[in-house]
Design a protein around this ligand. Structure first.
Ligand SMILES: *Cc1c(COP(=O)(O)O)cnc(C)c1O
Length: 297
């Protein structure tokens, strides 16, 4: 069979297996790995990743929106849990509740809408309370905790609080160290607050890839891992830190994606010449050609 294009994207099953093994060893058997598949699985394709991840034993997926949750569900052949961290379209809410798809709740509007729909369906909506701890993206502000806790108690018939979570801001850089520590304190404060009000989540989660590498004490019951599973480090800093600490000379991760293209021609270009259309960035081109000893692919 002829390929239908001179460029192709390849996904490596072995690389993915290597990365999931690495993650499992890193977090241990008691921490659930939620595989983050937002942005069409970071460009790898939800339809390719879901079956492969399920083959490797992953049973928890986190996505940005309800439209992605539908996609994950359509390619899943196991009884995996799907968690929506971001947007939910109103039209998708009945489907979500019907299929036990879980979601973050970070405001009253969403909590009310979920409860209303769940009551109509005589079923409970499964939620994770997202607490604001300093990222300032989404999350329930501390001054809203009290009201949220009483609403949840009032909504006992329609809402099940499965989890409580937050998102660490910038764990990939040591410059955020103090901020992360204060987020951790605030999260603990929030959990204690809600527990005192009778809200008892089954699972706590705060960490993304960088958190898993830099702050393993924050792994708690579950980690939401995106970039690492695809074989990329959140930052050079996290990579160097991990490899130094573990005295590794080789990258323990393997890149899942590769983009291959058919080489059509190799051409020598004199230093200082322009390349292609326009005459912009000549300095840049000289730099490039010096770096590659005058040979531009
Ligand atoms: C993107 C995202 C993650 C995963 O981040 P990685 O750095 O790719 O591991 C985890 N949690 C939330 C809330 C996210 O938005």
């Amino acid at each position: 069979m002829f390929p239908n294009s001179s460029s192709s994207i390849e996904l490596s099953r072995l690389a993915l297996e290597n990365n999931i093994d690495f993650l499992r060893k890193l977090v241990g058997p008691d921490v659930t790995i939620s595989s983050v598949l937002k942005g069409n699985a970071y460009g790898h394709g939800i339809k390719h990743m879901v079956p492969e991840l399920e083959r490797l034993g992953i049973r928890h997926f986190s996505v940005f929106g309800s439209f992605e949750a539908l996609d994950v569900a359509s390619f899943s052949t196991e009884s995996s849990t799907i968690l929506i961290m971001g947007d939910i379209l109103d039209d998708h809410m009945p489907w979500m509740i019907e299929n036990d798809v879980e979601c973050f709740v970070f405001n009253k509007i969403r909590l009310n809408a979920l409860c209303k729909q769940a009551r109509l369906m005589k079923k409970k909506a499964r939620i994770h309370l997202e607490l604001e701890t300093g990222m300032n993206r989404t999350g329930i502000n501390p001054d809203e905790w009290e009201e949220m806790a009483s609403l949840i108690n009032e909504f006992e018939d329609c809402i099940e609080v499965v989890g409580m979570c937050t998102h660490l801001a910038g764990a990939e850089s040591v410059s955020n160290y103090k901020r992360i520590l204060s987020q951790k304190d605030m999260f603990n404060e929030g959990v204690t607050f809600f527990k005192a009000k009778g809200v008892h989540p089954k699972v706590l989660h705060t960490s993304c890839s960088a958190g898993v590498i830099m702050y393993p004490e924050n792994n708690l019951g579950m980690v939401r891992v995106g970039i690492l599973q695809y074989g990329l480090w959140p930052s050079l800093e996290t990579q160097v830190s991990y490899m130094r600490e573990n005295k590794l000379a080789e990258d323990p991760l393997k890149r899942v994606i590769s983009w291959k293209s058919h080489v059509m021609d190799i051409k020598n270009v004199k230093m200082g010449e322009f390349i292609g259309y326009g005459t912009s960035f000549p300095d840049f081109i000289i730099l490039l050609s010096k770096k590659s000893k005058g040979l531009l692919f």
